[in-house]
Design a binder for this molecule. Sequence first.
Ligand code: GLY
Ligand code: MN
Ligand code: MN
Length: 471
Amino acid sequence: MPFRTLFDIPTYTQRRAALTDIMGRAASGIILLPGHTESPVNYPHNCYDFRQDSSFLYFFGHDTPNIAATIDIDSGEAKLWGRDASMDDIIWSGPVPSMVERAERVGAAWGGDIAALKTYANKAVSSGRTIHHLPAYRAETREMLARVTGFASADSNHHVSQTLIRAVVEVRSIKTAEEVTEIESALDISHAMYSAALRTARPGISERTLYGMLRGIAASAGSGAHSFPTILSVHGETLHNHNHDNIMQAGDLLLIDSGAESAKRYASDITRTLPVSGTFSGRQKALYETVLAAQLTGIAQAAAGRRFVDAHLAAAATIVDGLKDAGLMRGNTQDAVAAGAHALFYPHGLGHMMGLDVHDMESLGEDNVGYADELERSGQFGLRGLRLARTLREGFVLTVEPGLYFIPDLIKSWQSEARCADFINYSAVSDWIGFGGIRIEDDVLVTAEGPRVLGKPIPKTVTEIEEAMRD
Ligand code: GLY
Ligand code: MN
Ligand code: MN
């Protein structure tokens, strides 16, 4: 079943038509999409699992190495480039359909091998046509761009097309029903992962045991891959903690932020925080309820026509209110948020777009995706980490993931400067060092009827989590 990971042909022809329609209003020439090559781990034949570039997947579908694609903006002609498998390739890696069949399967034509692509691109350039390409984030892609276009490799990103970036962001930002179905199938895998986590997390169990279990579940479904390296730690205060060497102890909070990929490589991205003992302590419960209230506030505001920066600020205000109740903050809530005082405990943004990439389209530039022409990114600590700020539109899929953390070095640093001392009760904060971190994350579709949390519900309230851990 060589084509099992592809949508039907019209998906690709319609996506390309939408792209050329937008591009055609502002530019002419050729769109060049280089695919990924294999990436060796420690010698050329021992490679990382292959993963195609997401824009390539979006417009041409094929999840295999050493191919490229072009779209002629003026004629709409779409071509797939690369060579047919050799006998050696077939012996070692198995038979694959011909390039002609592969091109037809995504509604394109075969243009020839990569050398032929170079001739095609050179001819276009010498006849005064522009080559539009996206930023290359891999050295191998820069090299392919250099080879094909004749631009010097180190310079190839100087020729990135801002017009193409904007057009790709516009098309990929709106998820169709079949894309949402894919995301929900990735979320089915997440559901299985968190069910296992709730059954397994106990005092005496190592983080690595649980990490391996979750990895196995992701490996046995969808594309077999995680959508990003799993964060699983009793030290959830380290936002992207990829160390799994601890043994869980009674009283610890375990933070798991993980995602899987559907068969067609769409992402899920879920975070839950569990009490290793099976029940939250009084302190844990109070702050957990605060993060949950912030998350529900953020979700409720993820509606078409509203700016996500406002959802972020509303979630931050909820966090401040909870920290005031816990005796950790004080003063006027809105003033504290405006001063960025909450960022001592909540130093990241509320969420990001999600789709074929877990941070969708981030290779095109965070600001191009999350701010567009609409807003300037803030330079304030905390707020500057907000990846998505712009006005939301129906069809956006995004994450809502507030958190609350006690990061000893950050606390020490702020305290030494008496930073935001009007709003932070530093004498109380020192008593919470060692608490760890809490984050709660779901994936949300913006619909005409309002925000819809995607996927089968995964236990999230204090009661649901404690019940699931008791089963
Ligand atoms: N990759 C971690 C997150 O964005 O949730
Ligand atoms: Mn996450
Ligand atoms: Mn996320």
